[in-house]
Design a protein around this ligand. Sequence first.
Ligand code: PRX
Length: 645
Amino acid sequence: MSYPYQIASLEQYHADYKKSVDDPEGFWGSIAENFEWRKKHDKVLEWNFTEPKVEWFKGAKLNITENCIDRHLKTMADKPAIIWEPNNPEERVRIVTYARLHKRVCQVAQMLVNNGVKKGDRVCIYMGMVPELAYAILGCARIGAIHSVIFGGFSAQSIADRLYDAQAEFIITCDGAYRGAKDIPLKSVIDDALIGNRTVKKVFVYTRTRIPVSMLKGRDLWWEDEMEYAETQVEKDGVVSFPAVEMDAEDPLFILYTSGSTGKPKGVVHSSAGYMVWTNYTFVNVFQYQPGQVHFCTADIGWITGHSYIVYGPLSAGGTSLMFEGVPTYPDAGRFWDIVDRHKVNILYTAPTAIRSLMGFGLDPLKGKDLSSLKILGTVGEPINEEAWHWYDEHIGKKKCPIVDTWWQTENGGVLISNLAGITPSKPSWATLPMPGVQPILVDENGKEVTEKDEHGMLKGNLCIKAPWPSILRTTYGDHERCRINYFATYPNLYFTGDGALKDADGNYRITGRVDDVLNVSGHRIGTAEVENAINMHAGVVESAVVGYPHDIKGQGIYAYVIYGHMHGDAEHTKKDILQTVTRVIGAIAKPDKIQFVTGLPKTRSGKIMRRILRKIAEGEMTNLGDTSALLDPTVVEEIKNGKL
Ligand code: PRX
């Protein structure tokens, strides 16, 4: 497979960028020719950001799995689609060829149909990082069922909320998952999530850890049994087939829940055609992927990065995607480097948090590891500090591998701002230039374009995008108004990212972080309101306020100020009780790093918490707290300052 749309020079980037802005329909219409359609589009793009309504490749018919699998079978049936590296390095690596992937995905599709799953039904997937997770996703896509993957770190309560919001009728899970030294009892969490649930009809259980699980008659099914039966249906005389269901370009492909500034996570909906085109286009261009290369994205498929750059992007490009079940520090901090060495990884795409944490182990874990196969490095999920960038460049890339700093969001589907590896210049800790089709704009609080440079010659403002790219979110599941208010109402006719950014004289962007009440902890997105809700559910908590603070490894840590009533035990016990409650309500990923008990919170006369002050104190800024004259009771600030952790 070759990629005629792969950008080969800086000049071509500028020319393509210009074309994509001057004539988006012509530009994306010609990119679309590189995919397999059951029927071509009637119109490339129709949109307005007021409703909002965005339609790409209108009238086209397709199935994304035919683009990710079937079209590669003629020439690449025996080539690896997925290389699976298990948590335990002693266990057998699995190499899944395109032919095998095709068979497994056909089996899953058949298994789902056998059990009553139809196009448009929501299937929740809660699994560890096993190849079966990729089969499950693609099996859903093959029959047009809408998958909604939930990260394995979320609690039963979080799952229950998402199941309810999506009105999901089916679940695919595992008995358990291995993560480093831990065994996570996934099915048991699902059982808890299903207490009182009225929509879920069937739960498919894949066996991974073989811990004891409860299996309810009529509801719970063993994946292996169902797949075995499906195999007899999809394979006849050695020929495997399960006809993919024809999808409209705008039919939803999946829902992925993500945190916002309000308490309840939103179900971001992505469409079939636009998402396919964008993940493929960005995969091929950002990473400058060459056929045959091994691409290792270390994200979990529970997040958007895994969806786009483990599954859909690499597979639609006929690539080889390395999927890793474990964690970077198990059995030791050399695990990534061992994987790179053994599998001759060419592209490594990871998070700044992982880099910072591995840096902390020094250079010993790198000893004896041959990293010479690496050609390109990437980062995603949070701003990368210069120190980590240089360490990555020097010790992993040996100063020979371009680093792509890719900025994007769950709502975007794929990379929006990034350098193109080896093609456009990199700049440490800058995401740099927009992808073709992406038109960023920096605005002030009133939505006016920022035109005045600061003392360093930079423009500084809130990052918005002026026009739709193919994989912009289409809605938030079940609540379109929420989508409009969250992303399209802050500034009329603009998509608002929630991030702040700088722009230099060469047009490069540096993302400075969220300007709303969303935290980025180890690259995981968590709303402060969500954490506050969870803390407030703990008996005894009167009120709480949660802010972020700089954390050496995680990027941001969670700092909670809590007003507490009568304590059952001492303060340290009470803190642990609160952490336990947060773990139950959201999951361990949302546990505050610091809890400070206070007797009051800084509020205005109208009762609004002045988070700015709390944020500054959490950051260690004690003197320059800004204007506190609006506070109802300024003495509480002194108390909070004195008790800072
Ligand atoms: O603040 C930005 C940060 O992560 C947020 C999006 O989080 P999520 O939807 O979970 O998606 C993460 C993976 C795509 C953004 O609003 N972010 C993401 N990438 C970068 C980044 N911040 C700085 N630099 C990046 N490269």
